[in-house]
Ligand binder design. Structure first.
Ligand code: GCU
Length: 383
């Protein structure tokens, strides 16, 4: 496998910090903690400034600029079911409408609220979940409620269809665009999740201080972009997000910028991104920049051992490479010791730091085991 440690047996090998650092050095990543003026990022104030620079780089070269017009958001509940999941939750189907001085757009999503007795007066923590389907899969939905969380389930294509349609549909028509640095569809899905957050902040049943944005695969990429741009999310969760998500491009196995620049996915990013096909070493960023944008809040990256296309090792290393940003704020990023003591990074969830990580054994999938670890992490950190 070109330039990477092949996943498989090596994945379960113990990796010390020294080995991680050596591997990161080998990948020759752009420096996260070096400001544009050449000075070192030493403290929180420096990191705040550096995050602004990183945001610019990522908007220009990766996700594109999302519109930053003032926006007002309203939600209208059109269906309310008092006894979802056998009486354990209330389900609401809500039409969300948001307006800027120039345009308006609507999409609907489903909100599942645990019964009042299940949460304190500050409200329930919520998962703003970007999903592939219209309703949450039966299993996880009920378990999420049983664990005391609310769930706002957004079916992503309600926001904008996932196809190369010249941005002619859905939020693709929301504002004028250029072929270079205008938002791609990851940005549109992220923007939709942020509008859901506008609405949820005004619901007394929801704790606006404990909102997580989450997605799997391409929607894990969108969740990371959302959490990077919208600081109201106390936690950002990516599951098997791979290339264009959590995984470092440099030294990666599986998917590369050249793959992502093809018909099925080029529209996820801004136009400038595809210029790096076959030239990843020239990118002024790598994906640890994206992860670092969530600092000093909480971030959770979940991988699967046989997800070679996404490359779990490069997702893990990206978390390690982003850790310095968290440390500059005085909080720990990824802490690997607990896993290493158990005989290897991937075998134990790493839940101590502001970056949580686990690697499930198996292929590309968001499963019950993933949800279980993620909910445990949320409970442990109160996010
Ligand atoms: C493809 C694509 C990935 C993406 C995945 C998905 O495999 O290459 O980048 O994450 O689809 O979203 O399911």
């Amino acid at each position: 496998m070109p330039g990477g440690i092949s996943p498989g047996k090596e994945m379960v090998k113990r990796m010390t910090w020294q080995e991680i650092e050596k591997e990161l050095e080998r990948r020759k990543l752009p420096e996260l903690l070096l400001s544009a003026d050449g000075s070192r990022v030493e403290n929180a104030a420096d990191m705040d400034r550096r995050r602004q620079q990183i945001r610019e780089i990522l908007c220009r070269e990766f996700g594109g600029y999302s519109p930053d017009f003032p926006v007002t958001t309203e939600g209208k509940v059109c269906i309310r079911e008092e006894n979802a999941y056998g009486g354990k939750a209330v389900r609401e189907k809500t039409v969300l409408t948001f307006r800027t001085p120039f345009n308006a757009f609507s999409f609907s999503f489903e909100l599942f609220l645990p019964r009042k007795e299940e949460y304190g007066k500050e409200g329930a923590p919520v998962f703003v979940y970007l999903g592939f389907t219209g309703t949450p899969a039966d299993g996880p939905g009920e378990e999420i409620i049983d664990n005391g969380f609310a769930l706002a389930h957004i079916s992503y294509q309600e926001i904008v269809p996932d196809k190369n349609d010249g941005f002619a549909n859905g939020l693709g028509r929301f504002c004028a665009r250029n072929p270079f640095d205008s938002w791609g569809k990851l940005g549109m899905w992220a923007y939709g999740a942020s509008r859901a957050a506008d609405y949820l902040c005004g619901r007394p049943e929801i704790d606006s201080g404990r909102m997580a944005v989450m997605g799997h695969s391409r929607l894990g990429k969108a969740a990371l972009w959302c959490g990077a741009l919208d600081e109201r999310f106390s936690l950002t969760v990516s599951n098997d997000s791979g290339g264009g998500g959590a995984a470092l491009f440099r030294g990666k196995t599986g998917e590369h910028v050249s793959d992502l620049s093809k018909e099925g996915s080029a529209h996820w990013f801004c136009g400038n991104f595809s210029a790096y096909a076959g030239r990843e070493e020239e990118m002024p960023f790598d994906q640890h920049f994206l992860l670092a944008m969530t600092a000093p809040r909480h971030l959770y990256v979940a991988s699967a051992s046989r997800d070679e296309w996404a490359d779990p090792r490069s997702e893990f290393l990206s978390c390690a490479a982003a850790s310095g940003a968290f440390e500059r704020y005085g909080v720990p990023g990824l802490i690997t010791e607990e896993g290493a003591e158990q005989g290897g990074v991937p075998l134990m969830p790493l839940h101590q730091g502001h970056i949580g990580y686990h690697m499930r054994q198996g292929t590309h999938h968001l499963g019950r085991e993933d949800w279980k670890h993620i909910m445990e992490y949320r409970r442990k950190h109160g996010v």
